[in-house]
Structures are given as structure tokens and as C-alpha cells.
Write a protein that binds this ligand. Sequence first.
Ligand SMILES: Cc1cc2nc3c(=O)[nH]c(=O)nc-3n(C[C@H](O)[C@H](O)[C@H](O)COP(=O)(O)OP(=O)(O)OC[C@H]3O[C@@H](n4cnc5c(N)ncnc54)[C@H](O)[C@@H]3O)c2cc1C
Length: 327
Amino acid sequence: MHEVLVIGGGPAGLTAGMFARMRKMSVLVVDAGHLGGQLVSLYGDKPVHDWPGYFDIVAGELAATLVRHARELGVDLVDQTKVLDLQRQDDGSWQVVTQHQATREERTFPAQSVIIAIGGGAFEPRRLKLAGEERLGDDQLTYRMVDPSKVAGPDGVVGGGGDSGLESAQTAHEAGARVALVQVLERLTGMESNIEKVEAMGIPVHLQSRVRELEFDGDRLRAVVCAQKGREAPLRLPCDHLVVNIGNAVNLEAVKRWGVHVEGNLIPVDSQMRTNLEGVFACGDIITHEGKYKLLLTASKEGAVAANSAYVHVRKPSRVTMGDLYS
Ligand SMILES: Cc1cc2nc3c(=O)[nH]c(=O)nc-3n(C[C@H](O)[C@H](O)[C@H](O)COP(=O)(O)OP(=O)(O)OC[C@H]3O[C@@H](n4cnc5c(N)ncnc54)[C@H](O)[C@@H]3O)c2cc1C
């Protein structure tokens, strides 16, 4: 039996695993996809500028460093394995039921405490759901951050005015595409630094506009047609490569079935990362508390706190000090 089982191997879960090991606890991290979380699954090629100690580091490299760090500290790591169920035992421990994503084989891991670090949960990019989408390969339509090697032709359109959309627009521009940005709201919602970069690049921004239709030339995407608030005539933008970064749809039904209290699409926690279930903690993008930010740094910080709380729950030390972690 592991003393701690962490569900989710993103920045929060990996840091929780590392801190559990620094307390010399046995710990298993189980991830439904690739270890590294959103760093690899959503924006592997993007530079990260706000991880202390690095002016910039490519997200995929940062993920690999986190995984290597966890492995070297002795964290047991399992990928491609989704947690399906969490069952409380009479002695207060937990049975964690998992399924391998490829083989469908089910396995149950016993654990004395559990840390939920599932980020957006079993989340999927929010889709446009337009006629003809299914005909387009990822060289013509992507819901991930743009991959510069796949920018298919001269004309790119990016849907979404948050940081992901702004950064995709910059990358496509740098890859040589003529880019237009389409945003549903009346303003861009990303960070000021990202908005400034898009403005400096001269990328045209169409606010209060929504992609409504795809125009084809045979099998190739030729243009997107947008409805614009307050205007009769639709806006037609030539487009060989459409990038859609309009957020993710979250599904937390499984987490609710486990008995974990959920508010909206988030798990409320206290300052110790405790959930409503004794011995079950949560950290990272999936949690909510006053002053919560969805960032790599805060996810890792919360992972460290959750690991310490699991330590207190399992080992019941008479005194908890941080000093013993420094040796
Ligand atoms: C496009 C984009 C760019 C970003 N850029 C930055 C940036 O530059 N700087 C910054 O600070 N933040 C950035 N962020 C935010 C940052 O990536 C997140 O805050 C961070 O990844 C949250 O970490 P996490 O560990 O909580 O979740 P995640 O990274 O989402 O990891 C959760 C993991 O849990 C796994 N999982 C889910 N359900 C299950 C299950 N049932 N069983 C097993 N495993 C499961 C998933 O497979 C996933 O690997 C960005 C986010 C996006 C979308």
C-alpha cells in the first residue's frame, strides 16, 4: 500500500509527489495521459516565461524536467492510466480503481491518503461544432496551440482572444502566416504583454466576431465566415489553417461520484488543501479557494502543501517542521 496516491501527473501532482518523497513517504502518481499535464498535452512547444529561475523554457522541456526530478526522488509514476473510482475502506484507507487507456485493464491501488491533482479533469477543448469540421486534419484545423510546422498555407485565422489565442497568433505570425484573430468578446482577455505583442506584430483583431461557417475548396479549407455583432454583412477571412483556442469543457461527474464536494467545476479546499473527505486532498487547477490563480507556480505550491497535509494525516507527527526538508 502506498502512503500517498496522487491522481494526475501535471505540475501540481508531480510536485506533490516530490514533496511526499522528501518526507520519505511512499508515493504513486497516476496519470490518464502523459505525465506533465497541460505542459505537454496543450502547449508542448510554447515557451513559458514565468517559471522562476528560467527567463524562458519550452513547456515540453519543463515537463520533462519535472518528471525526471520526481523519478529521481523515487516517486512511482504510471501514465496512460485513468482513475475511475475512489472507494473508502473501513480502516479509513482508500482503494483507487484505475483503467489502462490502451489495454482497458483495470487495476486497484490501495493508499492511505489521496491527492486529487486532475487539472481541468477529463477535459476536452471547447469546439466550434461547425459543419464540415470532421473533414479537416490537424494541418488545417487544430484546437491545440498552433504547431508552426503545420501552418499549412499563407492565411491563418486564430479564434480566441485569451492568452492561448494571442500566443498562437504570435507563433503563426512568426512562422510566416498572414494571421487574423477573431474574438467573440468586445475586448481581448489575455495578459497585457501578450496583447501588446499582437498589436506590435500588426495582427488584425476582429472583436465581437464569431466563426460561423467554414468554406471549402474541395477538401481544403479556403475561408472562415464570421458573424459580427451589430453588423448585417458577415466577415469573410481567407484561411488555410484555423486555430481555435476558446477554452476547455470540464466534466467532473466522476469526481462527484467519488463523494468529493464540487462547486461549479472546481473542488473547494481549505488552506491545507483538504477536501470534504478525510484523507483526500486536492491541488492545482481543479481547486478553488480565495485568491486562487491557475498558474504553474501556484499549482506546484499547492502540491507541496497537499503533500505536507497527507504527511500529517498518515504519519500523525507530534510536530511538523519544514526544516527537516532542507537537509
Ligand atoms: C495554452 C495554455 C498556456 C499556459 N501557459 C502558462 C504559462 O505560461 N505559465 C503558467 O504559469 N501557466 C500557464 N498555463 C496554466 C498551467 O498550465 C496550469 O495552471 C497547470 O498546468 C495546472 O497544473 P495541474 O497539475 O493542476 O493540472 P494539469 O496540468 O491539467 O495536469 C492534470 C493531469 O491530471 C490528469 N488527469 C485528469 N483526470 C485524471 C484521472 N481521472 N485519472 C488520472 N489522471 C487524470 C491529466 O491527464 C493531466 O495530466 C497555461 C495553460 C494553457 C491551457
